[in-house]
Design a protein around this ligand. Structure first.
Ligand code: FMN
Length: 182
């Protein structure tokens, strides 16, 4: 019952960042609903759950409360359109530690071109980008979302905030992400 444990421990955050190496990749695969079907050893180490509690659990098992709803709305909308998505994500470990990642999430297709699941590969985030761009942006998205009480409205407010920011910069979401990777 990994989701029950997730809800019970949701309040606890240690403030401790779990490190991982620049040469390490955190990998998971999901079914169409976002239930985990595979997690590599690096994933299990950082998330802090045994494999048997990870495989079969919804991916929100490692959701961190500081993540804006709008980021996940954007991710699922883009995946639904068959697009690849890059996203900066802070995840919560089982004991309340956290770890920032840059995730590359892609649809998995069968031989007939039908989407049968999703795949995410994550790597280390540049500290300056995290501190100076991503954390302030996500704090503003959370502020915009805090005006609403249900998750759907929060997600829409977060996406609207992000889109306004992108319009001001004259960039698409993909261009914005890549501008941070230079
Ligand atoms: C392949 C894949 C990987 C994902 N990876 C993460 C992740 O690392 N952390 C996370 O919080 N959500 C991840 N998600 C999104 C979750 O499914 C979920 O939308 C998110 O945790 C928000 O949960 P909530 O709707 O309960 O707020 C991933 C989804 C997919 C399809």
């Amino acid at each position: 019952m990994a989701h029950v444990r997730f809800r019970e421990t949701m309040q606890t955050l240690t403030g401790v960042a779990r490190p991982f190496g620049v040469n390490e990749l955190i990998v998971s695969k999901t079914d169409l609903k976002g239930h985990i079907t595979y997690a590599n050893e690096v994933f299990l180490r950082l998330a802090g759950y045994p494999e048997k509690e990870t495989v079969g659990a919804p991916h929100c098992l490692i959701r961190h409360p500081h993540m804006p709803h709008g980021v996940f709305r954007l991710l699922w909308d883009m995946l639904g359109e068959g697009k690849e998505v890059f996203a900066f994500i802070v995840n919560r470990s089982q004991n309340g530690d956290h770890y920032w990642v840059l995730a590359h999430v892609t649809p998995t297709y069968d031989a007939n071109g039908k989407i049968i699941g999703y795949h995410s590969t994550r790597r280390v985030v540049d500290e300056n980008v995290r501190k100076n761009v991503v954390e302030p942006l996500y704090a503003s998205m959370r502020d915009a979302e805090a005006k609403f009480s249900n998750p759907k409205d929060k997600a829409e407010a977060g996406v609207a905030f992000l889109q306004t920011m992108l319009q001001q910069k004259g960039m698409s979401y993909g261009e914005f992400i890549f501008s941070l990777l230079k």
